[in-house]
Design a protein around this ligand. Structure first.
Ligand SMILES: [Mg+2]
Length: 179
């Protein structure tokens, strides 16, 4: 569900070179599973992961910026080839600054996907503020785009396709699979 009108949204999508993802509630459905030893597990979506890989193939980098810390996220990021992984960043704006030190993109070249109020400091700074269908209202009200899919269940994939289509890269990707 686009909050911006379609033309303005497309203008913003065309500029994006880096997508920063929150983890809990964005790349997962927000639930955390504890085993008997107290270790945390999260559930990720394979199609979301493929979307992130397709972005990379098209030259759009992804990063992870999360307030929590877990080995699961490290493994998932490695699996997806994500180099920029910032965990334990309770101050997300500071996390964004850390990312900018390594990849000095302009703010309008950056999209951020978050689902809770902790994400607002970054959402209001970047060029494209994205949230998920089941995000909190305070975030939905301040986002440029709300995915029709919920966090951890296709939201990242939806954004990936939206970006690739806006940047005219989707047909090339699809033809690769159809040849
Ligand atoms: Mg979250």
């Amino acid at each position: 569900m686009p909050v911006l009108d379609e033309n303005r949204l497309k203008e913003k999508l065309k500029k994006i070179r880096l997508v920063i993802f929150d983890v809990d509630g964005v790349l997962t459905d927000g639930r955390i599973i504890y085993n008997d030893e107290g270790q945390e597990t999260k559930v990720f979506d394979v199609r979301d992961g493929h979307g992130i890989k397709l972005l990379a193939r098209a030259g759009i980098e992804s990063a992870i910026l999360t307030a929590r810390e877990s080995k699961t996220v490290e493994h998932r990021a490695a699996n997806l080839g994500i180099e920029l992984v910032f965990q334990g960043m309770k101050n997300k704006a500071a996390g964004l600054e850390e990312i900018l030190k390594i990849r000095p993109f302009k703010l309008d070249e950056i999209a951020y996907v978050g689902d809770d109020i902790i994400d607002l400091p970054v959402l209001k700074r970047v060029g494209l503020a994205v949230t998920v269908a089941d995000a909190v209202n305070e975030v939905k009200e301040r986002s440029d785009y709300i995915t029709s899919r919920p966090g951890g269940r296709g939201a990242a994939r939806e954004l990936a396709e939206l970006l690739l289509k806006a940047q005219s890269k989707w047909d090339d990707i699809l033809s690769h699979y159809l040849s």
